[in-house]
Design a protein around this ligand. Structure first.
Ligand SMILES: Cc1ncc(C[n+]2csc(CCOP(=O)(O)OP(=O)(O)O)c2C)c(N)n1
Ligand SMILES: [Mg+2]
Length: 317
């Protein structure tokens, strides 16, 4: 039997009802987008590299509702979900990745290097943190109440630039929100083999607050984080929010070194499986819609001509 879409919370606790339609559709759209990229790559229609956020889609969906369009967002190599949660623009991103007309950055940024409004991604691990700290300083002075949010992975704690940024952000009480997507692995190295101590301990060493998120329930995540994010804005100080999450796909395309059994165990904890079980009828409908939407986007973008840098308005910008 299909559970009702709007259920009495006394009868169905939030966890059993699942995210609302808008959140679930966005999570499913990001999933469909990432699966489509792997499909296009497998068919030789996509060049270069790409890192999918399969398993991690709920994080930017949860976070974006806590952010303001005038906040700055800094993303990384695994940034499609960060972009899509902010702009709901799969066609522009796919065109960017495929080098087609209508690309967000005229096709010169590709999967990892996107700039749009106050969103910037980079494939150079850790590079964004000092930049985000600088932007947070500017915001503190010029636009009080705004913050800089930066997404990094667990493996990026191997970069010294992270600690330079932590140091200054703490000393100068900057509105810097560091979202760590700890998926337990960096390329092929488990976190236990590359990170001594803990992320919490590293934040504490700089006097920075740390909050651990273990659930994939977006409503619950927002409820817990809302006052903490508000504090970053209005009593400026950096905050590290560490999500314990799962990378379901390969590091980039076909380079997963983990045993199939280990990946299967992660799939069983995936938000997708949890939501499918919580609201099967609604889930099937929204999933089919998301897949159809992305199929149509991919067909349309693939048929476009190549993107052009000249005349795209980027020269000199
Ligand atoms: C400075 C730098 N060194 C190495 C790389 C190659 N590289 C890309 S992603 C990655 C692992 C990143 O791991 P993590 O930060 O945990 O992010 P995840 O891929 O798990 O999302 C590496 C080593 C890079 N992009 N930049
Ligand atoms: Mg990682």
């Amino acid at each position: 039997m299909t559970r009702p879409v709007t259920a009495d919370p006394a009868v169905f606790p939030a966890e059993a009802v699942g995210p609302d339609d808008a959140d679930l559709s966005l999570m499913l759209m990001i999933r469909a987008f990432e699966l489509k990229l792997l499909d296009l790559y497998g068919r030789g229609l996509l060049n270069g590299t790409t890192h999918t956020c399969l398993g991690q889609e709920y994080i930017p969906v949860a976070m974006e509702a806590l952010l303001d369009p005038r906040d700055h967002v800094f993303s990384n190599h695994r940034g499609h979900g960060h972009y899509l949660a902010r702009f709901h623009d799969p066609a522009g991103l796919l065109a960017e990745i495929m080098g087609r007309e209508g690309a967000v950055c005229a096709g010169v940024g590709g999967s990892q290097h996107i700039r749009r409004d106050r969103f910037l991604s980079t494939g150079v691990q850790g590079e964004s943190l000092p930049v985000a700290a600088g932007v947070a300083l500017h915001l503190k002075r010029a636009e009080p109440g705004r913050l800089a949010c930066v997404y990094i992975g667990d493996g990026t704690f191997g970069e010294g630039a992270v600690y330079e940024a932590f140091n200054i952000a703490s000393l100068w009480a900057l509105p810097l929100l560091v979202v760590v997507e700890n998926n337990g692995i960096a390329q092929s190295t488990p976190t236990s083999r590359h990170l001594a101590g803990s992320i919490a301990g590293r934040a504490a060493a700089f006097g920075i607050d740390h909050h651990l998120v273990e659930t994939s329930d977006v409503t619950e995540i927002r409820r817990t984080l809302e006052p903490l994010v508000s504090r970053v804005r209005f009593r400026p100080a950096p905050l590290v929010v560490e999500f314990v999450t799962r990378r379901l796909g390969p590091h980039s395309k076909g380079d997963d070194t983990r045993p199939a059994q280990a990946v299967q165990a992660l799939r069983e904890q995936d938000w997708y499986a949890r939501c499918a079980a919580a609201c099967p009828g609604r889930f099937r409908r929204l999933d089919a819609e998301a897949r159809a939407h992305i199929d149509a986007v991919a067909a349309e973008v693939t048929a476009r001509g190549p993107s052009r840098w000249e005349g795209a308005g980027w020269e000199g910008s």
